[in-house]
Design a protein. Structure first.
Length: 271
């Protein structure tokens, strides 16, 4: 929770996708649960749009819908370290991530129409870690950062009018403050369908991912974010520290931060 809002309209998910078999009945020796190899780690942050009503419902609905789509529809593709997976498989994976976001949009719209809040909406930023890459699907102004080799990079672009103002200005200029709160790309919340940004970034061992709602970067600079991520504390402690700093800086919005440290194969995955 931030310091001003009475409802937390952020939602998040940290999950490992993997195939498994849960045996209910079988001959002796074949009983139990048989897990397959992990197929990737999923990190999602969604920030509900409070001004439209039902923002908390929109964000949680979107997260659940996207995760459900990936679990039930996504092809089980393993992209290995020498990048020898077929190009069609990698393209299919990115396509499924985009389709998952669109499934989230459809579910938010249906839920809003049924619940009497047809304009409810949410942002959503998803990082799917599949060593040695992270695949990012993004709508809105939640963000995904990568800290690697001493450099902090924002891997997403804010889909708000402030960013458009900056991109279209002939010279560097500070956008009007009110434009930061107007999104042109979101799940639900209007007539136009979202246009997900989907990208792939190669990871290195020891890299650190941060997925966060804009309640963090409104009050905490990139320099301070980097200094916190570079600390030797646990990932959970670093996330808590970032939230505390955002609240100390004003806490005008709710804050969600997922911090993940990337490990190289054979310990592929995150913690």
């Amino acid at each position: 929770m931030g310091r001003l809002r009475t409802t937390n309209e952020d939602a998040y998910l940290i999950a490992t996708l993997q195939r498994s078999i849960n045996v209910h009945e079988a001959s002796p020796g074949a009983r139990g649960w048989f897990p397959g190899d992990p197929a990737g780690t999923l990190l999602i942050v969604a920030d509900g749009m409070g001004g439209q009503g039902g923002g908390d419902v929109a964000s949680s609905t979107a997260v659940n819908a996207v995760a459900s789509h990936l679990l039930n529809v996504m092809p089980w593709v393993k992209v290995n370290t020498n990048n020898s997976s077929p190009p069609t498989a990698r393209t299919s994976l990115r396509g499924e991530l985009s389709t998952a976001v669109m499934a989230g949009d459809e579910t938010v719209r249906a839920e809003g129409a049924q619940g009497g809040t047809p304009r409810m909406g949410t942002t959503l930023t998803m990082a799917f870690v599949l060593w040695p890459f992270v695949y990012i699907a993004h709508v809105g102004d939640t963000r995904c950062y990568l800290l690697a080799s001493g450099q902090l990079r924002c891997l997403t672009t804010d889909h708000n009018l402030a960013q458009k103002f900056v991109e279209e200005s002939p010279r560097p200029i500070e956008p009007p403050q009110q434009l930061q709160h107007i999104l042109w790309n979101a799940l639900g919340a209007g007539v136009d369908r979202p246009v997900p940004d989907v990208s792939k970034v190669e990871l290195g061992s020891g890299g650190i991912l941060l997925v966060c709602s804009d309640g963090l970067n409104k009050h905490v600079s990139d320099e301070i974010i980097q200094s916190v991520l570079e600390s030797r504390e646990s990932c959970a402690a670093r996330a808590v520290k970032l939230v505390e700093l955002a609240n100390a800086g004003g806490g005008t919005d709710n804050i969600t931060a997922i911090v993940a440290e990337v490990k190289a194969a054979p310990e592929s995955g995150i913690r």
